[in-house]
Design a protein around this ligand. Sequence first.
Ligand SMILES: [Zn+2]
Length: 300
Amino acid sequence: MRTLLFSRTEACLERTGVWGILLGDPRHAQQQGFAMRCLFCKSNSSTSRSLEHIIPESLGNHTQTLPPGVVCDKCNNYFAREVEKPFLETEAIRLLRFHQVIPNKRGRVAPLAGVIMPGFPARVHLHKELQYAPSIETSFEALEHVLRQRSGMLIMPAESDLPDGLVVSRFLAKVALEAMAQRLVDYPEGIEYLADEPQLDLMRNHARKGEISSWPYYSRRIYNTNATWQMDNATDPQVIHESDILLTDWNEWFFVLAIFGLELTINYGGPDIGGYERWLAEHDNVSPLYWGKNAQPTSL
Ligand SMILES: [Zn+2]
């Protein structure tokens, strides 16, 4: 078990949810003139200019950001290159982005390899300029075969599991800490607190350097990739990503993220996911994203 006790300020259950830190009056904090320090490397980040996307833009996130300085420019660039890119390039996420047509920052969707039966290699492209209509790139032999048969069958992979190991756990560690910061972003004292808190150093350093070779996370599908939700004010929206922080009765803190229904959970306290399995067993395997205050569908 990896318990965390946030005792410097007072950890408590927020009226509306599972996360809350009682802080002083934010106006007081601002009057004190806190120097901005990076949540990850703890260096002075007052001159940083980059917005940090908590979930990458290439996963459809255009609104969940942290203001400049919460994550310094250097860490921002490093995470984009060394943590987010490897995650986005995993087979599982590439397939999701293709099938759900999630363009990257430049509006492009990476092509996907497939096979025209009985075995001709093919690549399927989605064209930005044609509202992401598909085209198939293949050999002349394959084309001849399809014309001769007057039909053809294209087979493409639908889903793949995420790999174990650092690529996913470092990505989750980064997103988890930033999600915590997002809740405190209006309180400079709160961001300062997160940067200082030694209990979060293990996770911080894992995101930055991958220091722990195996930091287990819990992965499962909680609803179908193509699931849509009936909402009062919109017609059948799809939930791309949603997340929350779960505090268990044993003071274990978990970050729970779902991307198109693929739930990924990591422990803030260290490389141990046993407490989450125990929580699931005691709660009929319900997802914390759809439990308690989250009983109705919500997005991140
Ligand atoms: Zn930094």
